[in-house]
Design a protein around this ligand. Structure first.
Ligand code: ADP
Length: 496
């Protein structure tokens, strides 16, 4: 059967890549299921897309922001109508279970409604001038053409976090979806076009990082870069963008700790641990990948967690009752496998899972058994490095202070969580955990679109998505308006 052929979107036209090269979008749960072929783009395609975005910027920036926002609002409504279809296609291309891909589309809907409200805010400031008959204000200006590079784990939500605030602010966009999950970006952008986004305002170039992503970062007409992905690639992109003085928003890895105190509701913590560690097959930047257990409850908690993890139903996320889908590709399986071996070599113990699932019914996909690793100490690599798979490390501690210290002892700082019923400890954890996000009595995952999203240390470079994204997608302009009809020299004419 011929596969559906998708094209790049450039200046409102669907075009093949200049080189004619394509790649396939394959279902990680069933490699015989091909979702379509997509253009494998290079610098030439990027140049065309950037030129189209630059042209469109001349008019889009002048569309009143409330009008731009109305288009986003309509896109939210259309996404709600298309939610089921888009969720099913997302499960086929990315693997996570249907309940979660519905959540991913819902996040784009939430983002549309949230950001649409921003169209009637985009507030600036007015302030008194130090001179008579002079008015001073600051206004938000769009940045221009923004380049966006997205990962595969939230194939619609993350592009929506980037596109929607950029669009409402008056920017035009060139987006490069992750090579594993281009279809969800296409579905999102098609919906935006159906809602009324004009030609050239959003452009898609699909393809691989070095060929299609790197030229986007380098292009002189791209005025800002928004990237979500690994810290290794983020470091390269950050350096290249900085070399060209481009603002760059980097949202990267995590090694997120859940702390379970001796006074915690253990059943609640157990449910949170399972969801945080194995939801999205552990492939979230906020996934719970370290569980810090107070010594007095560690044995009981570990035994229950291992039993529950071993009983999780792994399989094709489209099927009823499946709790954990495949990993997105064989590279991710290799990483999970590698970290299990590293953990064992350093003296940790594999309590359940620890291997790829390759026999029927898993033979046609990339599956990894939910894995719990015990006897982990804070200095081991499995306690410090991101795995991005269904692998969680258990670390025991004696005191609350020690737990905070272990939680903070790593290079990442995205999400953290504390399970405790002691209000004093909860407030102390809120203050002392070094992370962009802290949950109390909830797992490390579950961000809502209207709060700031991002991390500290190697997780990010200080920008925030969600609440805070408008600050990245606009630049401040100071405006001085003199109505005195005289030359008034600041700091001079009004000084004693
Ligand atoms: P992940 O582990 O989620 O695949 P990556 O950081 O490898 O994270 O990829 C995230 C995004 O960055 C993808 O869209 C990928 O194609 C892109 N990418 C990878 N390498 C580069 C690069 N050198 N320059 C620009 N983009 C890149």
């Amino acid at each position: 059967m011929a596969h559906k052929q998708y094209q790049n979107l450039i200046g409102g036209q669907w075009l093949p890549s200049v080189s004619g090269k394509t790649f396939q979008n394959i279902n990680p749960a069933d490699h015989s299921d091909i979702l379509g072929t997509f253009p494998s783009s290079n610098a030439e395609d990027v140049a065309l897309a950037v030129a189209a975005a630059k042209k469109a910027f001349a008019t889009w920036r002048l569309v009143p922001a409330p009008k731009r926002a109305e288009i986003l609002y309509r896109a939210g409504q259309l996404l709600a109508e298309r939610k089921e279809q888009f969720a099913r296609e997302m499960t086929r291309e990315m693997g996570k279970v249907l309940a979660e891909t519905r959540g991913d589309v819902q996040e784009a809907i939430d983002e549309a409604y949230y950001v649409a409200g921003e169209g009637r805010r985009l507030f600036g400031q007015t302030t008194p001038s130090e001179l008579a008959n002079k008015f001073a204000m600051s206004v938000r200006m769009p940045v221009g053409v923004v380049g966006m590079i997205a990962p595969w784990n939230f194939p619609m939500a993350i592009p929506s976090w980037k596109l929607f605030p950029a669009l409402v602010s008056g920017n035009t966009c060139v987006i490069k979806p992750a090579e594993d999950t281009p279809l969800s970006t296409y579905n999102l952008v098609q919906t935006l076009i159906d809602a009324g986004v004009p030609a050239g305002v959003i452009n898609i170039v699909s393809g691989f990082g070095p060929e299609a992503g790197a030229p986007l970062v380098e292009h002189p007409d791209v005025r800002a870069i928004s990237f979500t992905g690994s810290s290794a690639v983020g470091s390269i992109i950050g350096q290249r963008a900085s070399a060209n003085f481009k603002p760059v928003s980097l949202e990267m890895g995590g090694k997120n700790a859940m702390i379970v105190m001796d006074d915690a509701n253990l059943e609640l913590a157990l449910e949170g641990a399972l969801w945080g560690a194995f939801g999205t097959t552990g492939q979230r930047c906020t996934a719970t990948s370290r569980i810090l257990l107070h010594k007095s409850i560690a044995a009981e908690f570990t035994q229950k967690l291992v039993a529950r993890a071993a009983a999780l139903k792994v399989g094709n996320g489209l099927e009823e009752g499946i709790e954990v889908g495949p990993q997105v590709n064989s590279d991710q399986i290799a990483t999970s496998t590698k970290y299990v071996a590293i953990a064992e070599a350093e003296g940790a113990k594999i309590l359940t899972g620890g291997k790829a699932l390759t026999e029927a019914p898993y033979a046609n996909g990339t599956f990894f058994a939910p894995t719990v690793i015990g006897s982990v100490t804070p200095s081991m690599r499995i306690a410090r490095e991101e795995v991005f798979g269904p692998v969680v490390a258990l670390i025991e501690f004696n005191t609350f202070e020690e737990a905070i210290e272990i939680a903070n002892s790593i290079d990442y700082g995205l999400s953290t969580s504390l399970y405790s019923r002691d209000v004093n400890r909860a407030f102390t954890a809120m203050r002392d955990l070094e992370a962009g996000i802290t949950y109390i009595n909830a797992p490390t995952i579950g961000a809502e679109v209207h709060l700031p999203f991002g991390g500290v240390k190697q997780t990010g470079n200080g920008h925030r998505e969600g609440n805070g994204a408008i600050d990245f997608y606009t630049i401040w302009k100071a405006v001085y308006f003199d109505y005195s009809d005289t030359l008034q020299r600041a700091q001079i004419d009004n000084a004693e």
